[in-house]
Design a protein around this ligand. Structure first.
Ligand SMILES: C[S@@+](CC[C@H](N)C(=O)[O-])C[C@H]1O[C@@H](n2cnc3c(N)ncnc32)[C@H](O)[C@@H]1O
Length: 307
């Protein structure tokens, strides 16, 4: 039985209100395919009947499961490569040059899916940073299901085959049955936390680099603009925002400028008095932008389920 327009509109409205993800007419097939296994879990053969059940009750867990099922969690190790090269070759060396010792760097992988992005970052930083420099990574996503998978640090052979270089696999993973498990040291660098990008940032203090990749594409213009404003509020003045290959702030928010970083690009806040330019690294502390030292404080966790 095909979805009725009314059932589809109810799902699209629920998903938009709770995640900002847009499901325009024409995405009925997506709703049907994503909700089929949930319907079966509830002993219902038809998605249409499952939606009717969800609409009739007020089972918060069911509503949350529907929203999570409609998120797209596609990801891979070192996705697109260039942002990770930019971090190693330019962004991190410039931050090290600008900061007073001891240096502690803070990264936020917003919309981290099943963890490949923050763990790739943790590997890249472990490989690149001198041991006296410490770092921490906050990794957030709307979906508790993907966060649980990420926090488990376990990946199938198929998943590790997607972009994880063999030397890094040998160095940071051990085989555990049919899966590969990421080592404890690397895992301890990443804090996973549920966070809806529609809500205020979950951090108190400044982030040095924010990865907000391959998620803005799901939102409408006002949502993208609001998220970019919130990101500007928690990014250090000399920090960098990294977006997905198909994403940009251009045409969305004039308070950002695109900067070329090697063969890639990032975004920096336009400042009245510009922070040190990425293209002119120096070991001098003149013009250094003060950031709060020490580990990042997280604001209290909101109730599960988003807004
Ligand atoms: C395509 S994945 C991108 C993963 C990773 N950043 C990458 O580039 O490989 C998009 C992620 O955004 C998350 N997401 C969607 N809407 C969100 C929202 N409103 N708040 C937080 N995360 C959201 C999804 O759950 C999904 O895991």
């Amino acid at each position: 039985m095909a979805l009725t327009p009314d059932a589809f509109a109810w799902v699209a409205d629920l998903v938009r209100k709770r995640s900002a993800i847009q499901l325009p007419v024409g995405k009925e097939y997506l709703v049907e395919s994503r909700l089929l296994s949930l319907a079966k879990e509830h002993q219902l053969a038809e998605v249409q009947d499952f939606i009717a059940k969800a609409r009739a009750g007020s089972d918060e867990r069911l509503l949350r499961a529907i929203v999570e099922a409609l998120t797209t969690n596609e990801t891979s190790w070192f996705r697109d490569n260039i942002p990770f090269a930019s971090l190693r070759q330019k962004i991190v060396p410039d931050l090290l040059a600008a900061r007073s010792r001891p240096v502690h760097l803070r990264f936020w992988s917003a919309a981290c899916s099943t963890g490949q992005e923050p763990y790739s970052l943790a590997m890249a930083l472990t490989e690149a940073l001198p041991p006296q420099v410490t770092f921490e990574i906050l990794a957030t996503d709307l979906s508790q299901q993907v966060l649980d998978r990420a926090a488990s640090g376990r990946y199938s052979q198929l998943e590790v085959n997607r972009g994880l270089p063999a030397p890094l696999m040998v160095r940071y993973f051990t085989r555990s049955g049919a899966e590969w498990e990421i080592n404890q040291t690397l895992r301890s660098r990443v804090t996973f936390r549920q966070h809806n990008l529609m809500d205020p940032p979950p951090v108190v203090g400044r982030m040095d680099v924010i990865l907000l990749r391959n998620v803005l594409i799901y939102f409408d213009l006002p949502t993208k603009q609001a998220i970019l404003r919130r990101m500007a509020g928690v990014l250090a003045d000399d920090g960098t925002l990294l977006l997905g290959a198909a994403e940009t702030t251009i045409g969305l928010d004039t308070s950002w400028e695109r900067v070329q970083i090697g063969s890639g690009s990032g975004y920096r806040k336009k400042l009245a008095t510009p922070a040190k330019a990425l293209s002119t690294p120096t070991t001098s502390t003149a013009g250094r932008v003060p950031t709060q030292p020490g580990r990042l404080k997280l604001s209290p966790a909101p109730p599960r389920g988003g807004s």
